[in-house]
Write a protein that binds this ligand. Structure first.
Ligand SMILES: [Zn+2]
Length: 264
């Protein structure tokens, strides 16, 4: 077990952990100051607070928004082609980079496969080099990841949706692992469960990502809140069999307990 994910600034200094990911901007849109002794995390295109803003709205071909009140959306998404928002994100990353070298890019990409069909995206596609809409989406997100990584001097982490089946991630969010891997050092996959009473799926998904990556390391993030310690330890052990690093999210006490149990 290599580290924690936290929203609590005081937890990042805990000597029990090598790495602490700290949420500077999360999917609700909440923002706080980056820390000097953490890997600051920035939710890029997941932002519930902005998903309704004119100019930032992302829509499918029936004009439906990607907001929390819709099925399948646990949080809201914004359109990745809004230039002001893109620059705002890059500035935030520069601000984080001034504090701490390593940064984790969270929630990067289009909301789902049906997005984005807003007028601006349509114009961008019509004037783009790509003839194919899917290729245009992938180029758009690839460009963003490379531009973001250019602002990061230290280790660059990228969170991805936990679907390693070939082509799925690209269809879903425009994120091609092969295209972004040269710009990043580690892909972090959240594999969350509320109990971890079974782990075969964790093994299947983690091993799928091992096959999907060529140069980047694999990190797996497990959910720590209210999980039976024995189950959590087992989940971490299964993840460690495949991943280069394993992180426990949102409960530093649980993460410490896992670390202690492993040392016994
Ligand atoms: Zn759009």
């Amino acid at each position: 077990m290599d580290g924690i994910v936290t929203r609590v600034a005081d937890e990042v200094d805990d000597p029990a952990f090598d790495i602490a990911f700290y949420e500077v901007k999360d999917v609700t849109g909440r923002q706080t100051d980056p820390l000097t002794d953490a890997v600051n995390m920035v939710s890029c295109h997941g932002d519930s607070s902005r998903a309704d803003d004119p100019g930032l709205q992302t829509v499918d071909d029936e004009g439906r928004l990607a907001t929390r009140d819709r099925p399948y959306f646990d949080w809201g998404y914004v359109c990745p082609t809004n230039e002001d928002y893109r620059l705002e994100l890059l500035e935030l990353l520069e601000h984080c980079a001034e504090r701490s070298g390593a940064i984790r890019l969270d929630d990067v990409g289009f909301a789902r496969g049906e997005y984005c069909r807003c007028d601006r995206c349509q114009i961008e596609f019509d004037t783009a080099d790509e003839d194919d809409w899917w290729s245009w989406r992938t180029s758009t997100i690839t460009r963003f990841v490379h531009d973001a990584a250019d602002r990061i001097d230290g280790r660059t982490y990228l969170t991805v949706y936990p679907d390693p089946y070939p082509g799925h991630l690209e269809r879903r969010s425009g994120l091609s692992l092969a295209a972004v891997e040269p710009a990043i050092d580690e892909v972090v996959v959240p594999l969350y469960d509320m109990a971890y009473t079974t782990t075969y799926w964790l093994e299947a998904l983690a091993s799928g990502f091992v096959d999907s990556l060529t140069s980047a390391d694999l990190g797996v993030e497990v959910y720590g809140i209210d999980i039976d310690l024995e189950n959590l330890v087992h989940a971490v052990e299964v993840a460690e069999a495949y991943a280069d690093s394993v992180y426990v999210a949102y409960d530093a006490a649980a993460a410490r307990a896992v670390a202690e149990a492993r040392h016994d």
